[in-house]
Design a protein around this ligand. Structure first.
Ligand code: NAD
Length: 290
């Protein structure tokens, strides 16, 4: 396939490289002027999309996605697929999909989980929103860049799934970290805490697969001095997206709101920036109730 790939950052570059390595003809563009193995680099986004059957975007936010989409949609071949893999607000995803459809194109929003290691290894999970025929075109590409893809529904459904998942993740990680800090103060060994909770009703991915306590549970960023992993500021971005979406549709999400405030404080006022999102544990460890 002729594929254009716009946004060759930490995630986009390895994803584009994997598509090229699988034999696709990939032309990329990034404002930062990067080079990626096997990918021809165009000088502009418009130059990258000419003749492409699929245009993939992997960009920082909804505002940038909207501006790139506005630029490239008029230049795309009729029937081509605009496949956005960025994490953006549901409104931007729906807006871009409507614009693409009105121009005779297909559109899928397909944010990912799995992070930079998943992007490099081709083991991402894609959660996709869009028409079934558009999803069918994207599916073989998901299979190259990832190990799982779920068709969640119409335009925006992928972004909705992503922010709901990450809202749960932010809340459970915060709860797991504060529970470890409480256990410390109650004199309970962390290993014992893990042994009990990971096999009891408090279990979660945060505890069982990504334990925030160093030396306990499977290998995780806590064992590497909380080097991300999944950076706290990316968690904050996703928690903000979920709260913005909740405000838009009048959904009551008090735990998500609390997790957002906590991560905002950690990233913007404390030492959370650039640390893994599980570094809330050393934060709680040092604090009292006051
Ligand atoms: P990044 O900042 O490394 O990459 C974004 C790239 O987009 C940069 O290289 C930037 O130069 C480029 N860019 C910005 N404006 C552009 C424009 N107008 N035209 C072309 N290129 C432009 O970010 P990332 O970590 O690769 O994340 C990309 C997306 O994936 C984000 O939406 C993020 O939330 C999401 N995501 C990231 C992770 C992760 O672990 N990094 C995990 C899941 C999802």
């Amino acid at each position: 396939m002729n594929i254009a790939f716009i946004g060759l950052g930490n995630m986009g570059a390895p994803m584009a490289a994997n598509l090229a390595a699988a034999g696709h003809n990939v032309t990329g563009f990034d404002t930062a002027g990067v080079s990626v193995d096997g990918v021809a680099i165009a000088n502009t986004a418009v130059a990258a999309v000419v003749g492409a059957e699929v245009v993939i975007t992997m960009l920082p936010n909804g505002k940038i996605l909207r501006s790139v989409a506005q630029e490239v949609i008029p230049q795309m071949e009729s029937g081509a697929l605009l496949l956005d893999c960025s994490t953006v607000d549901v409104q931007s995803a729906r807006h871009v999909a409507e614009q693409a459809t009105a121009a005779g194109l297909r559109a899928v929003d397909a944010p990912v989980s799995g992070g930079i290691t998943g992007a490099a290894a081709g083991t991402l999970t894609f959660m996709a929103g869009g028409a079934p025929d558009a999803f069918a075109i994207a599916k073989p590409l998901f299979d190259i860049m990832g190990q799982k893809s779920v068709h969640c529904g119409d335009a925006g459904a992928g972004q909705a799934a992503k922010i709901c998942n990450n809202m749960i993740l932010g809340v459970t990680m915060a709860a797991t970290c504060e529970a470890f800090a409480l256990a410390d103060k109650l004199g309970l060994e962390r290993q014992k805490m893990f042994d009990v909770v990971s096999t009891s009703s408090g279990m979660s991915w945060s505890m069982n697969s990504y334990c925030p306590a160093p030396g306990v549970g499977p290998q995780s960023p806590s064992d590497n001095d909380y080097t991300p992993g999944f950076a706290a500021e990316l968690m904050l971005k996703d928690l903000r997206l979920s709260q913005d979406a909740a405000a838009e549709v009048d959904a009551d999400t008090p735990m998500g709101a609390l997790a957002k405030s906590l991560y905002a404080q950690f990233v913007e006022e404390e030492d959370g920036m650039g640390r893994d999102f599980s570094a809330l544990l050393p934060r709680f460890e040092k604090r009292g109730r006051g």
